[in-house]
Design a protein around this ligand. Structure first.
Ligand code: SF4
Ligand code: SF4
Length: 143
């Protein structure tokens, strides 16, 4: 199923499917981010994931930040776009073919829904040692 990403899309027209939908594709946005290569870059992603309503996924080898926040123009009364005539290009390009409602789910290579998941991944990837400094600092502060 296609995900709405910054390089992509959104509603081209209100279709039959859209009439039955609560605007799933207007409730998040996903941005491609640099593929992390070292501890600091993975740690930056751990920081993204410390924020609520945020996840990170990998698809076709590319990393994306997924921000789960509703567009301010999505009406909660009838799920129509309140900025339809002036909606951005990305919204005009998106269609219902395999969209968030009609598609059959995402096939991520990886998905992280919070910082703890990333922390575990980093422990496996880089070894326990890389967190020892941070944990030592935390212990010192607690004294
Ligand atoms: S998720 Fe699909 S059906 Fe729902 S509003 Fe978006 S394009 Fe229409
Ligand atoms: S501008 Fe309209 S179509 Fe685009 S995300 Fe917002 S509510 Fe949806």
């Amino acid at each position: 199923m296609k995900r709405k990403k910054a390089t992509l899309s959104k509603k081209s027209a209100v279709t039959q499917a859209c009439r039955k939908c609560n605007g799933k594709c207007c409730r998040y946005y996903a941005l491609q981010i640099d593929t992390p290569t070292d501890w600091d870059e993975f740690d930056d992603i751990r920081w993204y994931l410390s924020h609520e309503d945020t996840s990170v996924f990998v698809e076709d080898g590319k990393w994306y930040l997924d921000v789960h926040t509703k567009c301010r123009y999505l009406s909660e009364m009838d799920y129509h776009c309140l900025n339809y005539e002036l909606r951005p290009h990305i919204c005009r390009k998106y269609d219902t073919d395999g969209c968030d409602l009609t598609g059959d789910g995402y096939e991520y290579e990886m998905q992280f829904t919070d910082d703890k998941q990333m922390e575990e991944y980093m422990r496996i990837k880089f070894g326990q040692k890389v967190f020892e400094k941070l944990e030592a600092k935390k212990a010192k502060r607690a004294r």
